[in-house]
Design a protein around this ligand. Sequence first.
Ligand code: ADP
Length: 375
Amino acid sequence: MAGLTLKHVYKRYENSGKKKKSKQLNPFAVNDLNLECGEGEFVALLGPSGCGKTTTLRMVAGLEDITQGEIYIGDRLANNLHPKDRNIGLAFEDYAMYPPLDVYGNVAFNLRAKGVDKAEIDRRVREIAPLMQIDDILDKMPVKLSGGQKQRVNIARAIIREPELLLMDEPLSHLDGKARQLMRIEIKRLIHKIQCTTVYVTHDQLEAMSLADKIAIINFGVLQQFGTPSEVYDDPVNEFVASFIGEPPMNILETTIIKSDGTFFFTFPDSNLKIAVPSRYYSVVSDGFKCKMGVRPMDVLIGGPDSKGTPEEIATFENLGDERRIGIHVGDMLLMLITEDEKRYRRGDIIKLEVREEKTHLFDIETGERIREKP
Ligand code: ADP
C-alpha cells in the first residue's frame, strides 16, 4: 500500500484549443493540481463532466503524459514509470471483459500474463471471489452476466493484482438505482477489507460523500476544495462547492444587507423576507453590503402557530415519502426547504418561514468566494 502525491500537476492536450480557440478560456484540462492521499485513504475526485477527473486518473495510471508537475506513488516519482511498473489496479467505467474467457479466466488473466504460477493464481481467485460475491459465477461466460456482476468482476480483476493503488473511474455508472446503491455498499465493505489506497472518480456527489475519506472537488481543471465529507458540506470554500454538494443543493440568494436598530439583516429584492445576519459577520458587512447568502434546505423551517417567522406563500410542493420539499418565491428566486412535517401542503398555502440564522453562509457576489468572519 502506498500514498499518492500530486504536485503542481498540469495537463494540456496537444489538440486542445485548436478547434475552438476563441472560446478556450482554460487551455489546461488539469490546472495546477495538488493532492495528497494518505496510505489506505479513499479519495474521491468529484466534479461535473469535463472538469478533468479522468485525465487526472489517467496521468496517475501512466496512460497519459503529464504536461508539467510531479506525481509520486509512495515516495517514488512516477512521471516516467511505465504503467505496468506502477503497481496500480484499474477499474474503469467500461468493463471490457474477454468474451471467450469465463469469469475465472477474466479475473485470472493479468496474473497469467505475468506468469504467476497456477496454484498461486487459484489461491488468489478463490480469496477474492467471495469478497466480491462472484464465487458462484466463476464458470459463467461474460454474455450471461448482469451489469452488477460484470462490475464486480471488473473490480475483482483490478484488486487481484494486490495493487499499491486502486484507481476507479465511475465504476457504477452503468448501474441504475437500487443496483448502484447496493454496489456502493459493497465497495465500501471491500475497501475496508483490502485497505488499499483508492482514488475514485465520480460526478455523483452522493457517491463521493458516502464512500470517501476525502473529496477533491474540481471545476474546469482547478481544485476547488480538498477535505473530508463534513468539511466540504459544512464549510464550503466557495459557491461552487456549496451548490455542488448536497441534494437538493444549498439555496444561494442574492441579498443586500441592511442595518436596522443596530442589527444587520439579509434582505431580498421584491420580498418581505428578512433574516438576521449572524453577529460573527458584523466585522465584515455594512449597511447596503451586497453579497450572496447561502443556506441549506434543511436549515429553513416552517414555524409553529406562535412563530415570528415571515409569512410566505408556498410556490411548489413535492412529497417524496419520508420528506417533503417546499419552494418559496423570494422575489424571482426560489428558496427550497425540506420538512418532515406530514401535513399535506398545497401551492398557495401560507407558512411562517424561519431560517436557522447561524447556519447561513456569505459568498462574494462577483467571485463566489466564501466571505468569512474575521478571526
Ligand atoms: P471528466 O473526467 O471530469 O469528465 P476529462 O478528464 O475526461 O473530464 O476531460 C477534461 C477536459 O479535457 C475536457 O475538456 C475534455 O474535452 C478534454 N479532453 C479529454 N481527453 C482529451 C483528449 N484525448 N484530447 C483532447 N482533449 C481531451
